[in-house]
Design a protein around this ligand. Structure first.
Ligand SMILES: Cc1cc2nc3c(=O)[nH]c(=O)nc-3n(C[C@H](O)[C@H](O)[C@H](O)COP(=O)(O)O)c2cc1C
Length: 241
């Protein structure tokens, strides 16, 4: 079972991940990082309105991520390191996916801050005509594995169809924030349906905040689960073994 620390922009750096991995995680996600000028500019606007984001200059970002990956590997050599990234263009994502020692590059099709949506990134990627080409270009040109993180139940999308489509594009993992509007738990039924219909490894995300919900998540048939908010304090108050 993949036990994943989910990305939280401005929070999940190597120092944070090294502290929480011992709760039993075997995949740790850095980021989300903005990689190109439009996404870096969007991150700066988000910071200006008081939200946490990583703000790394464009000419330092690849080296920065490489150093963060190595800081984790030095302490937890058996843990897979993933990095969640945003970019309007696949090329900087390819550069990151070829970082030595990085296990997984994760394309962020998930963020919903206005500044990111306005430039066609984050969950807006799911509505792009060229989404498949974008993912394939990354998958075909990196040595790391590729994950695509999506938000479920977005208006104008069919999450189940998207799951199959992303699988066909050559991604190795589908990381699904199974959020459902107006419901305070993950969309367990949708996750079950996805798992029954695709062969790509599925990482289920959303509301794993207790032993009870963890069991509900595992029972959907996912290959792994990820946790964000329950770790935000740097402590996890339920067992994930
Ligand atoms: C402060 C914060 C920052 C986040 N930043 C990112 C991000 O940069 N990229 C991303 O894909 N998801 C991001 N997320 C979403 C989480 O990874 C996760 O999908 C979401 O919180 C639902 O999972 P949870 O119920 O375990 O918190 C963020 C969540 C929080 C709370």
């Amino acid at each position: 079972m993949l036990k994943v620390v989910a990305p939280m922009a401005g929070i999940t750096d190597a120092e944070f991940l090294n502290k929480v991995i011992p709760y039993g995680f075997n995949v740790a996600t850095l980021g989300g990082y903005s990689l190109d000028l439009p996404t870096i500019e969007a991150s700066r606007k988000i910071i200006a309105r008081g939200r946490r984001e990583f703000d790394i200059p464009i000419d330092e970002i690849v080296t920065h991520i490489e150093n963060e990956v190595n800081s984790i590997k030095k302490v937890h050599s058996n843990v897979k390191v993933s990095v969640n990234v945003r970019s309007t263009d696949p090329r900087p994502i390819i550069d990151v996916g070829n970082i030595k020692n990085l296990d997984i590059v994760e394309i962020n099709c998930h963020c919903r801050q206005k500044e990111i949506l306005d430039i066609g990134c984050g969950q807006e990627m799911l509505l792009r005509q060229n989404l498949g080409e974008f993912i394939s270009q990354v998958a075909d040109n990196v040595k790391s594995e590729v994950s695509v993180k999506i938000r479920a139940n977005i208006e104008g999308t069919d999450t189940l169809k998207l799951a199959g489509y992303i699988e066909d594009c050559g991604a190795d993992y589908l990381h699904v924030d199974a959020m459902k509007k107006g419901v305070f738990e993950a969309d367990w039924e949708l996750l079950r349906e996805i798992c029954n219909n695709v062969n790509i490894k599925v990482i289920g995300n959303n509301s794993v905040n207790s032993a009870e919900n963890l069991l509900k998540m595992i029972n959907t048939g996912v290959d792994g689960f990820s946790i964000a908010r329950s770790l935000i304090s740097g402590k996890l108050d339920f067992d994930i073994y």
